[in-house]
Design a protein around this ligand. Sequence first.
Ligand SMILES: *Cc1c(COP(=O)(O)O)cnc(C)c1O
Length: 355
Amino acid sequence: MRYTGLIEKYRDRLPVGDSTRIISLGEGNTPLIKLENIPKELGKEVNLYVKYEGLNPTGSFKDRGMTMAVTKAVESGSEAIICASTGNTSAAAAAYAARAGIKAFVVIPEGKIALGKLAQAMIHGSTIIQIKGNFDDGMKIVKEVSNHAPVSIVNSINPFRLQGQKTAAFEIIEELGSAPDYHCLPVGNAGNITAHWMGYTEYHEIGKSDSTPIMLGYQAEGAAPFIKGSRVDNPETIATAIRIGNPQSWDQALKLSKESNGWFDAFTDKEILATQKMLTKKEGVFCEPASATSVAGAMRDIKLGKIPEGSSVVCTLTGHGLKDPDTAIAQCDQSAMININPTLEEVKKAILDQM
Ligand SMILES: *Cc1c(COP(=O)(O)O)cnc(C)c1O
């Protein structure tokens, strides 16, 4: 059977009725790719997978939550949605609002949003409210505004978002036959790690998985409240999608980390970018910087033996690399570009020089 999106596929596990009008762009069902070259390089026997969420319709996992949030907003008669965003939530909100025929207002930090995400929010016709502040400032305002204006908030504090996002765990269990031993995620607001834990425990309870994974959350060093143990006032990182100092799902994330025997860790921007590049060059997988923190974490903990050999490990690649072309180009060697005349001789020489 062919499904048009995750709500149709997982209808019996999601809060929708038979008559609910579903707002979908065919999200979910993303590839689980087994890494081949990176484990070899580590010299460790592990089954290391990446769940490539960048292949969702707007290029990030946010679509899983947004199909549910917008479906429920429309069902409740809402004519507008609002979110604060580091970029991907605004892209998803803009697209799903367009699909539903309602308005989207997106609040973004001025100058701190990756180019691809801004392009999406603009082209889908959302109203973009740029603030002189960071995501945490925007989130605070959005929470207040939604109490004073007729708009539905579609940030991950909207419980329908997490309901949609939990389906990623369902897909992984269905593909592997059971939950992996470890699941690694980049953590910003900690909505996604919370949603994954919901999905894993739900499938465990109904007997679709023998076990639940150990949940590992990775942050950027300049925006690592879970490592610090308290909120961070001025979060800074090149991984703009996780440039968050005041996680909205703080309590849930601490609780699930403990319940699953998991841990948090953090990486420098340099380490994050090196991992992003490694994934593109060694495995052919292009994710955005924030996403690479999950693999950076898995690699470090496999190397240290904190994740033992023989384990199965899934890393979520939260967003597509094309979201942030500036950062990608900036870290490439510009001399790799060869400028020549369009003659056979010069092209042949250019090739032979490289062999
Ligand atoms: C939203 C986002 C995250 C962080 O997810 P949280 O649910 O806020 O923890 C990580 N990576 C990308 C690409 C994102 O868009």
